[in-house]
Design a protein around this ligand. Structure first.
Ligand SMILES: [Zn+2]
Ligand SMILES: [Zn+2]
Length: 273
């Protein structure tokens, strides 16, 4: 069974990641409008009602904006922890919500799902590990700093989706008010390119792994800047075997329009070397 991961949207204007295996699919966050996510799913041959669950990382709008509407229209269960559920109580009223305590595991169709705690200014933000067919996706977006829990949450995954939100210098010279700058670069804000590289160097010391750099700021980062910044840190740390890609903010309905990852292609690649 192949695990396929597709990025539908990534960044402060919306986040949604689709994982598919066998006939099952789950969304990790749904921070894009209902009509957009419907279109993006259908383009990929997925009837929205067949999505088994929407996993929520935290309650911020760029992660949940379309989640309740999608869940309501297609009767899709939502999965989140108790504090996130409380923070979204009004939005999720009347919907099927399965509470997954942080660090516990659950089976969702063919997927094995587990969460791990992140440091971010939300009620109880988490990252997720989603496994199927012997392959694992690990996601950590929206975190201002990282620790051993973050490293453990990401370790041994085959595809990592990790935030590289901003470039420190672009943030400093940019137009954001001082208070917002402080929030973004604080320990409960967002990871910059250097911090992302440092985190990856601790997670992937001796493994060849695919990495998607996610949640890039439109104003205070650039794809090339993110790649160069992360690569510089990895080089200094002596980590050279990561395959890095930058996620676009929005995927489009066109061939090649959405970054996709297939676990069997990864296995094929490994067999070639
Ligand atoms: Zn976000
Ligand atoms: Zn957030």
């Amino acid at each position: 069974m192949t695990l396929t991961v597709t990025s539908l949207a990534s960044g402060s204007s919306g986040n949604a990641l689709l994982a598919q295996a066998g006939d099952d699919a789950v969304l990790i966050d749904c921070g894009i409008a209902l009509r957009t996510v419907e279109k993006l799913l259908r383009y990929r041959g997925i009837a929205p009602e067949t999505v088994r669950a929407i996993l929520l990382t935290h309650e911020h709008g760029d992660h949940v904006a379309g989640a309740a509407a999608l869940a309501r229209r297609y009767k899709i269960p939502l999965i989140c922890n108790a504090a996130t559920h409380d923070a979204l109580a009004e939005t999720l009223a009347g919907l099927a919500v399965e509470v997954l305590p942080v660090a516990e595991r659950a089976c969702v169709g063919v997927f094995d799902v587990a969460s791990f705690r992140l440091r971010h200014d939300a009620a109880d933000p988490v990252g997720y590990r989603v496994s199927a067919g012997g392959a694992t996706l690990a996601v950590a977006v929206d975190l201002g700093s990282w620790d051993a829990t973050t490293v453990a949450g990401l370790r041994d995954a085959d595809l990592l989706v990790v935030e590289a939100n901003h470039d420190r210098e672009l943030l400093r010279v940019g137009s954001y008010p001082w208070a917002l700058q402080q929030r973004i670069c604080g320990p409960l804000g967002h990871l910059d390119n250097m911090q992302c590289g440092e985190l990856l160097s601790h997670v992937c010391r001796d493994r060849s792994v695919d990495v998607w750099l996610a949640h890039l700021s439109e104003q205070t980062n650039r794809p090339k800047t993110a790649l160069a910044g992360v690569q510089r840190v990895l080089q200094v740390a002596g980590v050279s075997q990561l395959r890095l890609n930058v996620l676009p903010r929005r995927s489009v309905n066109a061939p090649g329009g959405a970054p996709s990852w297939h676990s069997d292609a990864r296995l094929l690649q490994q067999a070639l070397f």
